[in-house]
Ligand binder design. Structure first.
Ligand SMILES: [Zn+2]
Length: 329
């Protein structure tokens, strides 16, 4: 049974965005280019030869330690999650993302600027129908040791709720909810990444992030700090004076929402789930999600799609049975 509905979308014209990679510190130019129907999301490194397209596919994830990295035929793309969240969040189906180095720009630590640029480019409807994966039963992932749980429940509307808890007094448990994907643009995309001060110091000392531009993260201060330490940080943040705000965060920035961290985790989850390769009809309930668990969860759903792919063919021949899982809308 074919259900007619929304068409696939791409962007009207190419658009560029430049910035710095968070982990490499390298300057990068990222371009979003229109792509044909059923192309999906693919990355291309224009600094490398031969010319290889890297599909945004969860099967190609090779690292989830600081962000989500994918690699295909030896070509690596780092920190794909904010780019993919933006594309999925705006309902864009087909785009080619070109980069002149391995890592996407961190920008202000959110997806706000990606949204701005893509909307500036404009969206255009294509002829093919969008294909969704419609969940028929619950899919769940749990890691008891890490107290992580992700559940997908069949739902006609794509919804996500996220709960975070770091056992930190300065960042008590909080949650964020996305009831409609149309809320993504204003309520989720502008939310920035966050770190704890001790993590930031570790990252800086071990050269895992480069100094000079650390204003793209909310920094939670979960231990006593001396003014001397703060003065040292002042240089890194390039701010006149770094101090700890009442909320327990550094004054390098102001929170946009009281639950901005949970909203950012929701953003990351949307980005990682985009690696499934098609939008899903499900409600996701995530407790303490992270890139590793997001990717494992996306793999579970992707495997379900692969398994049911054969049934889909059968059900399309046998019209007595309703189509199992792929509906067109
Ligand atoms: Zn993120």
């Amino acid at each position: 049974m074919k259900i007619m509905g929304k068409k696939q979308q791409t962007i009207k014209s190419p658009v560029n965005i430049s910035g710095t990679g968070l982990h490499t510190g390298n300057e990068v130019i990222l371009s979003f280019l229109p792509a044909p129907e059923n192309h999906g999301y693919k990355f291309r490194r224009i600094d490398l030869n031969p010319d290889i397209l890297v599909p945004a596919n969860v099967d190609h994830v090779i690292d989830t330690s600081r962000g989500t990295s994918i690699e295909y035929q030896g070509v690596r793309i780092d920190t794909v999650e904010h780019v993919l969240a933006t594309l999925a969040g705006l309902g864009i189906d087909n785009v080619l993302v070109e980069l002149n180095q391995s890592e996407t720009p961190i920008l202000d630590g959110s997806a706000g600027l990606y949204v701005e640029k893509l909307l500036e480019a404009g969206l255009v409807e294509q002829n093919a129908d969008r294909v969704y994966f419609e969940l028929k039963s619950n899919v769940s992932y749990a890691n008891e040791e890490k107290k992580v749980e992700l559940i997908a429940i069949p739902s006609n509307e794509f919804r996500i709720s996220v709960m975070i808890d770091f056992d930190a007094r300065v960042l008590p448990p909080q949650s964020a909810i996305l009831n409609k994907i149309s809320q993504f643009k204003d309520e989720i995309a502008p939310c920035r990444t966050f770190v704890f001060l001790h993590e930031l110091e570790y990252l800086l000392q071990n050269n895992l992030i480069k100094g000079g531009d650390v204003n793209n993260a909310i920094v939670f201060v979960n231990r006593a700090v001396t003014q001397r330490e703060l003065d040292h940080l002042t240089g890194l943040f390039k701010k006149p004076r770094i101090e700890v705000r009442n909320e327990g965060i550094l004054n390098n920035l102001e929170l946009k929402f009281s639950n901005e961290p949970a909203r950012h985790k929701l953003l990351d989850l949307i980005g990682d789930l985009a690696l499934i390769g098609m939008p899903i009809k499900a409600q996701i309930i995530a407790t303490r999600p992270g890139h590793h668990s997001n990717v494992q969860f996306a793999k579970l759903i992707k495997n379900l799609i692969k398994q049911e792919g054969s049934k889909e063919e059968i059900s399309m021949i046998d019209f007595v049975q309703p189509t199992h899982f792929v509906i067109k809308q």
